[in-house]
Design a protein around this ligand. Structure first.
Ligand code: 0RA
Length: 637
């Protein structure tokens, strides 16, 4: 149960307004921060951090520090101008209290920076405050140190001046409310990833991080900005030229920054930000960027004789093969769209980005012929490979493999033709596949067994991929096609469930499958259609009582619960050791099973994992494995 907020003191018109606002936020937190799971929890940190970053954008702040304390609280400190404490003309209270308690406090105390409202970010400090058990603010301003404490969004006492202080700045410390959030434990990796991202996007700031729970700390400062970001993304690859192409331009009030570099790989890694918010689902800015890339590289290719006469030009896919690119734009009134508000909707931005990239990229290529040469050769090769892939695809189509009429013989399909209720289990090996077939509900559960090695798509072009039977079977069964032709409307199952053994081979196959989806059918992941089945590791039996455990911890709990002697423990090494009933009751049947939904929360993390673990370069892979020894003990590569 969410605990009610009690506002002390007199109930004047203002405090009633505050109370109503607080109640609204506490009643429906999801409306403001998306969810109350781990993702929503970390949203609190992002929101608090964004307010300090706004000071950096205003050119008023150079240092930010973030501390995760052992008591579950988080402190963000900045050396900005300090939240104004002067009396707010309309509310007759310190501006700080208005910022902390009312939506869009506004007017005179607004900072003149690019806003992030309209998305999940920029909802305001009052939302974090309302969802915190307590929130303390310390402001250094006007030579004084000011302090105020709030509990569940309401001030416990008026703002107080504690005494003289030097400099200016703000310290925000808060404790997420455990009656609101499903979890209140901050994840260091999630926090550090955001800090690293912000330090690339805002080269003027130095961000320090402390995790007092275990004493870890780190510092983030990247004077090279997004060009350094691109170098970092490409650390495990072979770039075609040493320095990323970089430029900065303005169109109307929109500020546009782009850095890009090509590698000898085949993927397109484009990471785009709007007002420092990662737009994982792209939007008008990315569309503008793509249009300009295609247009400019085609112009350049014709001028340099790479494409002759009326021969067909390079496609978008051709010019993006091997591209690593960071686009960071600032828009006055961004409109974020989509389920997770991760797509930019402003229509005017497409033309602005397109025009800026056309001009600046053409200029750059004109002035750097060797770079132009290198990336045109790459794009022309991609174009030739695309032609070969088209021929291979046509061949498969003629064989009846890709046109739906010819589903793979291996597929044990379900009866239902309503994709929304259908599930596809991708199972490792024919033997487990057989068990799964017996254990399924054939009305809505289909089984596709995979045998032998799956091609590593990280190292293969489309034409080679399509020659691989396992991959063709997968594509045909799923039904959406691949790459630029992806059509989510023809998805045949709304749940695609990977069911592999809990051993080295199993996790290898899982990583390969995730790589395939992430690279070639990204919409499946961003739309939340891919899941990982959780098979039990142990079966414990005492007399007629049978329990399953999905981890070592759970096994120990069950053991303690069953008590004493005479408990039989079976450790499952693979799915094949379960019989059909066991597999159904533990792993497959809705209501009994638990599925993990695969999300690409963070393109950075996935990119790092896939390029480092699956890519060509050997040394970064070795280092990564050393650094992440614990996490990757399961990964056979
Ligand atoms: C409104 C106006 C000004 C600064 C701020 C808010 C401000 C907010 C936060 C939140 C965290 N750190 C912050 N630092 C500043 C401008 C005040 C002025 O012009 O002096």
């Amino acid at each position: 149960m969410v605990q009610e907020t009690v506002v002390p003191g007199v109930y004047d018109a203002n405090s009633i307004q505050v109370l109503e606002g607080l109640t609204a936020v506490r009643k429906r937190p999801g409306m403001y921060i998306g969810s109350t799971d781990a993702r929503g929890l970390h949203h609190l940190i992002n929101e608090v951090l964004d307010n300090s970053i706004d000071e950096v954008l205003a050119g008023a702040c150079t240092e930010i520090s973030l501390t995760l304390h052992a008591d579950g609280t988080c402190t963000v400190t900045d050396n900005g101008r300090g939240i104004p404490v002067e009396e707010h003309p309309r509310y007759h209270k310190p501006a700080l209290e208005i910022v902390m308690t009312i939506l869009h406090a506004g007017s005179k105390f607004d900072r003149n920076t690019y806003k992030v409202s309209g998305g999940l970010h920029g909802v305001g400090l009052h939302v974090v405050n309302a969802l915190s058990e307590w929130f303390e603010v310390r402001v250094r301003r006007n030579g004084q140190l000011y302090f105020q404490r709030y509990e569940r969004g309401a001030p416990v006492a008026p703002l107080k001046a504690l005494g003289p202080a030097e400099g200016t700045g703000t310290e925000q410390r808060f404790k997420p409310d455990p009656t609101v959030f499903e979890t209140t434990v901050f994840d260091r990796e999630t926090v550090e990833r955001r800090l690293k991202e912000l330090s690339f996007l805002n080269p003027a700031v130095t961000i320090t991080f402390h995790d007092e729970r275990d004493g870890a700390s780190s510092t983030y400062h990247h004077a090279g900005g997004i060009a350094e970001f691109v170098l970092d993304l490409n650390a495990a690859t072979n770039p075609l030229f040493p320095q990323p192409i970089y430029f900065h331009a303005k169109r109307d009030t929109t500020d546009i920054e782009l850095a890009l570099q090509y590698t000898d790989g085949y993927n397109d890694t484009t990471i785009a930000f709007v007002n420092n918010i990662h737009t994982a689902d792209g939007g008008t800015h990315v569309i503008g960027l793509r249009a300009a890339l295609t247009r400019t590289l085609n112009d350049c290719a014709r001028r340099r004789g790479f494409i002759k006469g009326d021969k067909e030009g390079l496609t978008g896919e051709d010019v993006r093969e091997g591209l690593t690119c960071v686009l960071s734009i600032k828009v006055l009134e961004p409109q974020f769209e989509g389920q997770t508000k991760a797509r930019l909707g402003n229509s005017e931005v497409k033309g602005q980005v397109e025009s800026a990239v056309n001009e600046k990229l053409a200029e750059f290529l004109e002035e750097h012929p060797p770079v132009a040469q290198a990336l045109l050769i790459k794009a022309v090769q991609a174009s030739q490979a695309r032609e070969a892939a088209r021929k291979a695809r046509e061949l498969t189509r003629r064989k009846g493999l890709l046109d739906g009429g010819g589903l793979p013989g291996k597929l044990a399909d379900c009866h239902s033709r309503n994709p929304a209720e259908c599930e596809l289990f991708i199972v490792e090996g024919d033997s487990a596949g057989g068990t799964a077939k017996q254990g399924r509900d054939r009305e809505f559960q289909a089984i596709l067994p995979l045998r032998g090695k799956i091609l590593n798509v990280e190292k293969a072009r489309l034409d080679k991929m399509l020659q691989n039977e396992q991959i063709r079977n997968l594509i045909t069964a799923i039904g959406v096609g691949i790459g630029e032709e992806l059509d989510l409307a023809s998805l045949r199952y709304h749940k695609i469930i990977l069911m592999t053994d809990a051993d080295v081979d199993g996790s290898h196959i899982r990583t390969l499958l995730l790589t395939l989806f992430y690279r070639k059918m990204p919409a499946l992941i961003s739309e939340g259609k891919v899941f990982i089945a959780q098979a039990p590791l142990y079966r414990l039996q005492r007399g007629s009582r049978i329990e399953y455990a999905y981890s070592d911890d759970e096994r120990d709990r069950v053991l303690a619960d069953m008590g004493g002697k005479g408990i039989g423990i079976q450790r499952y090494k693979g799915l094949g050791e379960m019989n059909a009933d066991q597999l159904r009751d533990t792993t497959m049947a809705p209501g009994h099973r638990s599925l993990l939904r695969v999300t690409v929360e963070d393109a950075l993390k996935a990119n790092e994992l896939f390029t480092v673990l699956m890519g060509e370069a050997v040394e970064p892979r070795r280092l990564y494995i050393q650094e992440h020894a614990i996490e990757v003990t399961n990964l056979d590569i």
